[in-house]
Design a protein around this ligand. Structure first.
Ligand SMILES: [Cu+2]
Length: 338
């Protein structure tokens, strides 16, 4: 009697455990489906195309984590822009998909006006004037109301991976990489331009809990507190403000592993690489001795993105992709100890 009663209770407990354990597992799996987008950067050498392979072109709104795997010989990033309603309407009016309309209105004019400048035929000011004139006709919405920059994984070295979480409202997004190939062609012009739809349905992902915060502002540059320990951690990158620099873009935050943080010529060359307006800058791969480990691409004032890191001991820097980052307080070295 006693035995059978006990065994009855035991089997009930077992059922509860099994059921609870099962629902917990399925819940975790579901969550991962909801908020993660897997992205691979690929180079199609035969057709000279740089490509983003995405696990999905549609995701629910809320906190979205982009796991960025760079399986190509070049450095790349994955930058998100929210497409303004005016651009969606303009694309509809001419009967083009949003991606095609963006390419024709912004990406192609950028490359085609850049060519004579980088070939030394015209000055930078002339390039900017002709670029602005063409975009004002083909995609006036790019300037007014503009396409807000929504972050995304930062520069990630060839053969490396990075992961960045950002908050995405429902809407249409364009993602691009504007690193250049050896012929001074922006990757976005030859494949690395994609469309992501974020649906009104909200995902269940929670805001990541950061161990550390890195803040960037135009006045104080990049600020953080040391020490950074080795191992897995989440870093919040906060944009205290945003502005436009001489390279026409705002600031972002990148993590770079350095062979030697005391090597002044390496730091100089790394700083030079952060300016896309020169033949050297943002072309193919970062200088030897500097390996990019991701970051948070440009965001508007007040936003934050989250980096998921697994740090090895060694020398590192936080750096922004702006001209002369050191002069702006946007090249800050630090050490990770055991
Ligand atoms: Cu690229």
């Amino acid at each position: 009697m006693k035995y059978s009663k006990l065994s009855g209770i035991f089997s009930q407990v077992l059922i509860v455990i099994l059921f609870f354990g099962f629902s917990l597992t399925s819940c975790t799996e579901q969550k991962e489906d909801l908020n993660n987008v897997e992205v691979s950067a690929i180079h199609d050498a035969e057709n000279n195309q740089h490509i983003f392979e995405m696990s999905t072109k549609e995701t629910k709104s809320g906190w979205v984590t982009f796991n960025f795997n760079n399986a190509s010989p070049s450095d790349h990033f994955f930058m998100l822009y929210k497409v303004p309603e005016a651009a969606i309407q303009a694309a509809e009016e001419v009967g083009e998909p949003i991606l095609q309309h963006w390419y024709g209105a912004v990406t192609a004019p950028f490359q085609e006006n850049f060519n004579p400048y980088i070939n030394g035929e015209i000055e930078f000011g002339e390039f900017v004037d002709s670029l602005v004139a063409e975009i004002s006709v083909k995609g006036p919405w790019f300037f007014d109301p503009g396409a807000p920059t929504m972050g995304g994984p930062g520069i990630t070295a060839a053969g490396s991976s990075s992961a960045t979480t950002v908050y995405l409202e429902p809407g249409e997004y364009i993602v691009e990489c504007y690193v250049k190939d050896e012929e001074q062609v922006f990757h976005s012009y030859i494949g690395m331009l994609e469309h992501l739809t974020v649906t009104a349905e909200k995902n269940e992902a929670e805001e990541p809990q950061a161990n550390k915060i890195v803040t960037i502002s135009s006045g104080n540059g990049i600020e953080f507190t040391e020490p950074f320990g080795a191992g897995e951690q989440i870093v919040e990158v906060h944009f205290a403000d945003q502005t436009s620099y001489s390279h026409l873009l705002g600031h972002n935050v990148q993590l770079v592993k350095l062979e030697d943080a005391e090597d002044d010529s390496l730091l100089q060359s790394l700083g030079d690489w952060m300016n896309w307006t020169t033949p050297f800058g943002l072309t193919a791969n970062a200088p030897n001795g500097a390996k990019f480990m991701g970051g948070v691409m440009e965001m508007t004032e007040g936003q934050s993105g989250y980096m998921h890191l697994d740090l090895e001991p060694g020398d590192y820097a936080w750096i922004a992709e702006v001209p002369d980052p050191a002069d702006k307080g946007m090249l800050r070295t630090f050490t990770v100890s055991n």
